[in-house]
Design a protein around this ligand. Structure first.
Ligand code: FAD
Ligand code: SF4
Length: 510
């Protein structure tokens, strides 16, 4: 049967069973369409990175003998949406059957589901053969339970997939080494310079500009740093296990203006596009630890494995259990707008300036910058989660809604009221100073709560607790904060709240 198979930009899995055999009756289609470039303002590196990786993948399939149609952004016959292009191809080439893989994003999933209802030819849908868990697995695991606790799901995944296990027990007798993974970088400690690539994406960037796609951030098109094919992805994985894994856990929560990725893997883009599989990533890390366990302590490995088989799968499970309602949740009813400097980095607050500037320059910030700097501030400033989501979904090279929204609206903004996390991740300057090198040279004074140059995080932090007392005071994980707040002199409390009000009023000048 003459078959058309759709490959989405985040389905670049060379080892998918689709590609096991060459079949002249099967045509694969990949397409660059405006419905994907325009649903949010993406970072230019994100758009270029996806297109470059798609083009490489198409080339590779062709070299293997598969029949491929690749529709470029400015192709004359590009109708700029999946459905219209597929309709056009079916009619031109007289395809008799259509196949696609389960999309990771709800938006595209709905679109495909509705589209196949309109088809007059037969169709079939396939799994992406990428994740450890099925879409519904987390929901089934937590059936009947009020809380979705990550640790329980993580342990279940470790047992089910026999990862770092000895019989039914965790390999070392302990499941989680997070408490060992909270160190600040020593002064003068410079992590290895991140491995970057020199991909030439000039032509792609030219086409994006020609089409007037609205983007954010910057790019050096002749030296595009992100991996765009499987070989480069494997190189990045090798670099990670050799140069970063030995320190990954220890400095996982550390922040510094002197390194944009510290010991993080930067593998999220290659995994989210499926150029690498999560199983091979953790297996490679485990092998490196087995061969060098005198050099790599177990907490480094367990911390890394947990992010992938734990957090990544957990977030995806929450997404499929809770969408589409999840995208509307706004537990605190936040309505403020995102400060202008989120788009420019032009703020006097060092922590935010560096985290935003590096995001604009590299389309990347590591987890603790996303959670405890940009996310923390947005929550303290009462920004509408729709705006926060749009920013995160656009700016990061790895941003796909299934993993972006659960982390942003859920974990970071607590807009889900405690599904993805058990308490809001907010902090004053003391945490930021403890974990980073940002505060020392900041315009603001980390120790001051009120008055000239007082760090905005300090007053906004107490203001947040004050405002949301009715929703948070009963949460046992934060009841200590309310004890401290209620012990303060009323005059001091008023001063702090006034300072917060002033900062919120002049937020664009911070
Ligand atoms: C507000 C916010 C928004 C985020 N948006 C995204 C996003 O759009 N896309 C995305 O892939 N991740 C997102 N994350 C999760 C995490 O920050 C990134 O996966 C990570 O920073 C990517 O860099 P890395 O590959 O160097 O990660 P590493 O620190 O090296 O971690 C290894 C891998 O573990 C996985 N991982 C780690 N933490 C998480 C997590 N919380 N959820 C899911 N997977 C995780 C990633 O696949 C990552 O590549 C977000 C986190 C926050 C707090
Ligand atoms: S003093 Fe405040 S604003 Fe400045 S870097 Fe520290 S936490 Fe950020």
């Amino acid at each position: 049967m003459k078959t058309l198979r759709l490959i989405l930009g985040d389905q670049l899995n060379r080892y998918h069973s689709w590609f096991n055999k060459i079949d002249q009756n099967i045509t694969y289609v990949l397409m660059e369409v405006r419905t994907e470039t325009d649903y949010v303002w993406h970072h230019i590196q994100k758009v270029a990175g996806f297109f470059a990786a798609m083009q490489e993948f198409a080339k590779e399939l062709e070299q293997q003998g598969h029949h491929v149609i690749y529709i470029k952004l400015n192709d004359e016959h590009n109708l700029q949406s999946f459905e219209s292009n597929i309709d056009q191809l079916i009619s031109i080439h007289q395809f008799e059957h259509f196949e696609y893989q389960l999309p990771d994003e709800y938006r595209v999933d709905q679109l495909e589901k509705n589209y196949i209802l309109t088809l007059s030819i037969t169709h079939k849908v396939f799994d992406t053969e990428h994740f450890f868990s099925k879409r519904e697995e987390l929901e089934e695991f937590f059936k009947g339970k009020k809380l979705f606790i990550m640790e329980g799901f993580y342990q279940y995944m470790r047992k089910k997939h026999r990862v770092l296990m000895q019989g039914d027990e965790p390999l070392t007798g302990k499941w989680n080494y997070d408490s060992e993974n909270r160190k600040r970088l020593p002064n003068n400690h410079l992590p290895a310079y991140p491995l970057v690539f020199n991909n030439d994406v000039t032509e792609i960037v030219h086409e994006i500009k020609k089409a007037n796609v609205r983007t954010i951030g910057t790019i050096d098109p002749a030296n595009f740093v992100w991996p765009v094919n499987r070989e480069q992805s494997l190189e990045l994985l090798e670099f990670f296990v050799k140069e970063c894994l030995p320190m990954f856990g220890t400095y996982q929560d550390a922040m510094t203006p002197h390194s944009w990725s510290i010991y993080h893997s930067r593998l999220s883009f290659t995994m989210n596009t499926k150029m690498l599989a999560p199983l091979e990533v953790i297996n490679r890390a485990i092998k490196e630890w087995e061969n060098n366990n005198n050099k790599i302590t177990y907490n480094q490995l367990e911390g890394f494995v947990r992010q992938i088989i734990g957090w990544r799968e957990y977030m995806r499970g929450i997404y499929w259990a809770k969408m589409p309602e999840y995208a509307e949740l706004n537990y605190f009813g936040n309505q403020n707008t995102l400060p202008d400097w989120y788009w420019t980095g032009k703020t006097k607050m060092n922590c935010l300036k560096y985290s935003i500037l590096q995001s604009l320059e590299h389309a990347y910030a590591h987890h603790i910058q996303r959670l405890m700097i940009t996310g923390n501030f947005a929550l303290l400033a009462g920004v509408n989660p729709d705006e926060v989501d749009a920013w995160y979904l656009g700016i990061y090279i790895d941003a796909l809604q299934w993993v972006e929204i659960t982390n942003t609206r859920g974990m970071s903004q607590f807009a889900d009221g405690g599904i993805a996390g058990t308490k809001p991740y907010v902090s004053s300057a003391s945490y930021i100073d403890k974990m980073s090198h940002y505060c020392g040279s900041c315009y603001y004074n980390k120790a001051k709560r009120t008055g000239d140059k007082a760090c905005p995080f300090n007053s906004l932090y107490w203001n947040f607790y004050d405002q949301h007392e009715n929703k948070l005071a009963k949460n046992q994980r934060i009841s200590m904060m309310y004890k401290a707040w209620n012990k303060m002199e009323p005059s001091l409390k008023s001063e702090i709240l006034e300072q917060a009000e002033y900062y919120l009023k002049y937020i664009n000048e911070l």
